[in-house]
Design a protein around this ligand. Structure first.
Ligand code: ASP
Ligand code: MG
Length: 436
């Protein structure tokens, strides 16, 4: 069984929604995961914020505006009166629910309920549309099988246990539709997998049912081997291993929700990134196999801050790094790159919320220097211990630029350098022309 996920723009208009059947073959047994209609989740975030700040009038205006959008949407989606009527009832139900929250105490629990309405709307409307055109389908409620634990970690075994009987209930049915993004938390409340989480849903379902393949349909032709906005002549990467994809996930967040690689990797479910606008293009296949010894992709991330801690106490000491890392841990700040010398260590972070507190505490260990406006440029490929020359080629390509940090050997799939953001474009272009 395959899992197919369509993002917000792929269901962004009635026309696009109808066109899903150019890709979805209703004769094949499959699960189709849908995002909310594009723009909807952003509007729901605004509505929730209005409620959170107790601005009920603003919430009400925003709800009315979004409702009007959906009223127009269904006019084009349904041409038979009976189904238009059903569509109207669905809209009334969801928008009454949004409006009724004005009467309650508003907490993060209600906020999550609001955010869930987008996927509930898109899947229900699509399900009714399929009825109108006589294509049998089953709507699977994601809230019945998608669950996160107390650490907000999705529970794949729970998913398997709860989705299997649902699927078995419909042995003759081919097409199943479900909501991306939404889930229940450990209290059983409605929650979500964070913004962009529909990809993660698809990958988790793929893992949970041991799918033959997960397809993520977007409007780009796969993951490119460099940033197409900056470098000319980038190409979609045909094949990536799970390890390589995991390295790129952090950088390619816009194409694929970074966490979606992990369930697929763990259960070895191939993931294909495909383009709705060009369905026959090959896209990118992420699987266990890859071309050996090849440079696959170059990616960059801005707004990086480098912090250097220099201390003679580090020399021949143990436990020093632990104490440094604990400072970051206390402020829930992830570290990305690390480089060390005998008497100094440099790390990078991209969340600077607690930079002041962190540097103040680090000052107890030695002298601290902070460099802002840095970019990580990362080169991903298969650089196993038996290969040679890759690091040299990378460094040679950027020899005309000052490098703040170099990281090699952390994994066999990544070489990262840290440059000033002002040098990033040149670094990407120069690497591209010399490595590909
Ligand atoms: N609708 C959600 C969002 O906009 C989830 C998704 O589209 O993946 O973040
Ligand atoms: Mg997305």
């Amino acid at each position: 069984m395959k899992v197919l996920k369509f993002g917000g723009t792929s269901v962004g208009s009635p026309e696009r929604m109808k066109k899903l059947l150019d890709i979805v073959n209703p004769a094949q047994r499959q699960i189709v995961v849908l995002s909310a209609v594009s723009g909807t989740t952003n509007s729901l975030v605004e509505i929730a914020n209005a409620y959170l700040t107790d601005n009920k009038a603003k919430a009400s205006t925003l709800i009315a505006a979004l409702k009007t959008k959906y009223e127009t949407f269904i006019q084009e989606l349904f041409d038979k009166d009976e189904y238009l009527q059903m569509g109207k009832e669905v809209i009334t139900y969801h928008f009454d629910l949004l409006a009724a929250l004005a009467n309650d105490l508003f907490t993060p629990v209600e906020e999550k309920i609001i955010l869930a309405q987008g996927e509930l709307l898109s899947t229900t409307l699509y399900h009714i549309y399929l009825k109108q055109i006589g294509v049998p389908s089953v709507l699977l409620p994601a809230l019945d099988f998608m669950k996160v634990d107390g650490d907000h970690e999705p529970m794949v075994d729970y998913l398997t246990e709860h989705i299997t009987p649902l699927l078995q209930q419909y042995p003759d049915n081919k097409l199943f539709i479900t909501q991306g993004y939404i889930c229940r938390n450990s209290f059983g409340e409605i929650d979500n997998l964070r913004r962009g989480g529909s990809d993660y849903t698809a990958s988790l379902i793929g893992a949970g049912i041991r799918a033959e393949e997960v397809q993520i349909w977007t409007d780009i032709d796969g993951m490119h081997n460099n940033d197409p906005r900056i470098v000319k002549g980038t190409k979609p990467i045909a094949q990536l291993s799970f390890d390589e994809a995991a390295e790129l996930a952090y950088f390619g967040a816009k194409i694929l929700h970074p966490q979606s690689v992990f369930p697929a990797q763990r259960y070895k479910i191939p993931v294909r990134l495909l383009n709705t606008m060009e369905p026959s293009a090959a896209g990118t296949l992420i699987s266990s196999t890859t071309d050996k010894g090849a440079i696959k992709s170059i990616a960059a991330k801005d707004n990086i801050t480098a912090i250097k801690i220099q201390s003679s106490r580090m020399l021949l000491a143990y436990g020093f790094l632990r104490r440094v890392f604990e400072v970051f841990e206390r402020y829930k700040t992830p570290i990305d790159m690390i480089t060390t010398s005998e008497v100094a260590v440099s790390v990078t972070i991209d969340d600077t919320t607690y930079l002041g507190e962190i540097t103040r505490e680090l000052n107890d260990f030695g002298s601290v220097e902070v460099d802002v406006n840095q970019s990580i440029v990362c080169i991903v490929g298969d650089f196993g211990t038996e290969t040679h020359g890759y690091a040299a080629r990378v460094i040679e390509s950027v020899k005309h630029l000052p490098l703040r940090m170099i990281s090699y050997g952390g994994s066999a799939y990544n070489i990262s350098i840290l440059v000033k953001t002002g040098d990033k474009v040149e670094a990407l272009r120069s690497l591209h022309s010399r490595l590909f």
